[in-house]
Design a protein around this ligand. Structure first.
Ligand code: SF4
Length: 270
């Protein structure tokens, strides 16, 4: 079963393809976000109210013939397409056969490394494409040898992710793993943002999804465009990364997307 489908999407969208001009081949693992699979993979998604406007339903993930939908095991109404079905199958494998999942992931990382080498590019991997898993806490075995996590097993590879979890301290000390904190403008999320600012300080950038005008500064930090590539580890440190609302996020009314600079979380965190 494990060999019939792929875990990693290699340069499968326009934004990651842009990374090739900067010398990188990008592989992203997309699982079913929040509790769409019936198991919660994004522990802060209910507070951040980001499950509905999630990138999961942007682009091909949100398209279906006749706008057909289906209800996932976790009760989410998803577009009925191969993208969503594949994300659910990967998530099912991760949850029900962890060893099989990791063996396939290791195999695909090695294949992606070869692909990058053939193209004269450097591989960059993002394992939380549409999830928020603490990968730093997940041990694995590769070729009979135990590792603390995937980052130590592939210490020569650059990994990066976005996260809404405010206390991933162990991730901060992993030299080949780069985190960007993912903001939500929902007022209930303000205490989480404050905790994240305390934990991460200026070492971790903050990504904010904006609709309409993008301010020059946000939360007292300079705002830079994050849509020119997905290579977050190349961003300057101590800035806010502006991302334009895409897919269902364009019509978001939860407060997750920021329309103006006077959001409740900003006031509370100031
Ligand atoms: S935490 Fe990220 S991946 Fe998970 S539902 Fe929210 S936006 Fe989507």
């Amino acid at each position: 079963m494990a060999s019939k489908f792929k875990l990693l999407n290699i340069d499968a969208n326009a934004k990651t393809v842009k990374g090739q001009a900067r010398g990188y081949l990008t592989g992203i693992l997309y699982l079913s976000p929040s509790d769409a699979s019936g198991t919660q993979l994004c522990p802060l998604s209910h507070v951040a109210r980001c499950a509905a406007p999630c990138l999961n339903l942007a682009g091909r993930g949100g398209m279906a013939k006749g706008n057909a939908t289906f209800t996932s095991p976790g009760g989410h109404v998803l577009s009925d397409n191969t993208v969503q079905r594949a994300r659910l199958r990967r998530t099912e494998l991760f949850l029900e056969d962890y060893d099989g999942f990791m063996a396939l992931l290791v195999k695909e990382i090695r294949m992606a490394e070869r692909m990058a080498q053939e193209q004269g590019l450097t591989l960059a991997l993002r394992l939380n494409g549409t999830s928020d898993i603490r990968w730093e806490d997940i041990p694995l075995t590769v070729d009979g040898r135990g590792y603390y996590n995937i980052f130590s097993a592939f210490s020569h590879i650059r990994f990066y992710d976005y996260t809404k979890i405010p206390n991933r301290r162990r991730a901060l000390i992993i030299p080949n793993y780069h985190l960007t904190y993912s903001y939500s403008g929902v007022s209930d999320f303000a205490p989480v943002v404050i905790q994240a600012l305390r934990t991460y300080g200026e070492r971790v950038n903050m990504a904010v999804v904006f609709r309409g005008d993008v301010p020059k500064t946000f939360l007292g930090r300079q705002v830079v465009n994050g849509d020119e590539s997905d290579l977050r580890f190349l961003d300057p440190t101590g800035v806010v990364i502006a991302l334009k609302a895409k897919g269902k996020a364009r019509g978001d009314t939860s407060g997750f997307v920021v329309d103006h600079i006077n959001s409740p979380a900003m006031s509370a965190a100031a």
